[in-house]
Design a protein around this ligand. Sequence first.
Ligand SMILES: [Cu+2]
Length: 197
Amino acid sequence: MKTKLLVLVFLITIGLQAQTTHDLIWERGFESPEADLTIDVGDTVRWTWTDDLPHTVENNTGSTETFNSGVLTGLGQTYSYTFTVEGTNPYFCGIHGANNMSGVITVQQGLSVDEFNDVSVKLTPNPVHSKLTIKLPQSLTNGSLKVIDLTGKVVLNNTIVNSGNAIDINVSDIKSGMYLVRLEFNDNAITKRLIIQ
Ligand SMILES: [Cu+2]
């Protein structure tokens, strides 16, 4: 029972980390392309006021989503908004105008953690004794593969340069038990449960 609870807490923690917060500064004269971002559905953008003037962050005409910070004044003020719909979101400062302060947040449908967990990524065999094959829906670049025990300790940590459609790892040196396999690449993270025998 205690172990199950620990696993649950651990999985929830990992799930929350999969969403990314992107930071932008927000001051008079801050415009495209510096003010533009491309993010995944579910990501948050956080604007931080870097001058002492009053500004708003608000969606402009044609934006997919509707958001408005209201007027905030002062260095260090922040406004965060989580984008939940695929689309294009031009935004500006309602006080200084789109000619002085504006950008575009493009929201794309990333590969969601759930899709990966449930369908696309397969660990075979599972349970595994020595050679584990991780089948992937696409080649991953610039990532990492970690095997983590239930106390959170990383027992194996490999860099992924170019995975191809599968990654083979040798787990024969890892002692028997339940583990989490975590793939991290770009802004995505995938976690799957693995039993080593
Ligand atoms: Cu402004």
